[in-house]
Design a binder for this molecule. Structure first.
Ligand SMILES: Nc1ncnc2c1ncn2[C@@H]1O[C@H](COP(=O)(O)OP(=O)(O)OP(=O)(O)O)[C@@H](O)[C@H]1O
Ligand SMILES: [Mg+2]
Length: 256
């Protein structure tokens, strides 16, 4: 089981402070939902957890060890827009996820290792319900199917941490509901910690075990760039499904 410590993390780009004083202790097998106004630094926080960006100050520990300064197989990621390779089939896209993990230099596996990788890819493709589309290219898939593919690709390295950056924002409501059930099942059947960014509070309360809101505590327009967002609410969610339609308002003027 994985624990994550975010300790007094700041992120600055040139003169702009995006995040300040972000500290979180994440318990094993948490499903953390992050909400906050557009531009407040949600994706930036996720990219730091991925290792794609480094904190300007502070540190992030996974199981007590500092996060390596690059993405690795212990962290999977799914973005809002489809991040799969258009020139590869569903089977090839997911196999590649494993090949990059196991053969990072050549980016390819051969012989028995490749056969095993393909069999494993097929297993994950079935898990996300795409078994009918093994040989299709992404352009022949719907938006929801492409996100299922991206999830299979992220899961195949058996990450300890799954990072989801508004993965369902572009999907129709019916398809979103299906994706919610899929993600809950994948999380329940694993030991993964999930961080998910959402603009939708009802989605957040439905999926999460913990809700984090990011906002600027000091919000004077003339010094907007000087102060970053930090955590304004940290709410444990215990009776998640009953929260679905509760409609909680966080602060005056919040755009969520
Ligand atoms: N690589 C970068 N270089 C400079 N500034 C950046 C960089 N990445 C993000 N920023 C700035 O950091 C701020 C936060 O961006 P971020 O993408 O994390 O916001 P967000 O909360 O994910 O917004 P949204 O809800 O619109 O996705 C923005 O002002 C953005 O312009
Ligand atoms: Mg974002």
């Amino acid at each position: 089981m994985t624990t994550i410590s975010i300790r007094d993390v700041w992120k600055e780009y040139d003169d702009q402070v995006v995040l300040e004083r972000v500290s979180l202790e994440i318990e094993p097998h948490a499903f953390v939902l992050i909400v906050g106004a557009s531009g407040c630094g949600k994706s930036t926080l996720l990219r730091m957890l991925l290792g794609q960006e480094q904190p300007s100050r502070g540190e992030i520990l996974i199981d007590g060890t500092p996060l390596p300064p690059e993405p690795g197989p212990d962290r999977g990621v799914v973005f809002q827009r489809y991040s799969v390779f258009p020139h590869l089939t569903v089977r090839e896209n997911v196999t590649l996820g494993l090949e990059f993990g196991q053969a990072p230099i050549a980016g390819r596996l051969f012989g028995g290792a490749r056969k095993r990788a393909i069999a494993e890819a097929e297993h994950y493709i079935e898990l996300v319900g795409l078994e009918q589309a093994m040989d299709k290219y992404p352009s022949a898939l719907s938006g929801g199917m492409q996100q299922r593919l991206a999830i299979a690709q992220a899961l195949i390295t058996k990450p300890k941490v799954l990072l989801l950056d508004e993965p369902f924002g572009a999907l129709d409501p019916g398809i979103r509901a299906d994706m919610h059930e899929l993600v809950i099942k994948l999380w329940q059947d694993s030991k993964m910690t999930v961080f998910m960014v959402s603009h939708d509070l009802s989605e957040a309360f439905y999926l999460g075990t913990r809700l984090i809101t990011l906002d600027r505590r000091r919000n004077r327009p003339e010094e907007r760039e000087r102060y970053g967002a930090s955590i304004t609410h940290d709410i444990p969610i215990t009776r998640r499904r009953e929260n679905r339609h509760r409609g909680i308002k966080l602060a005056e003027g919040d755009v969520l």
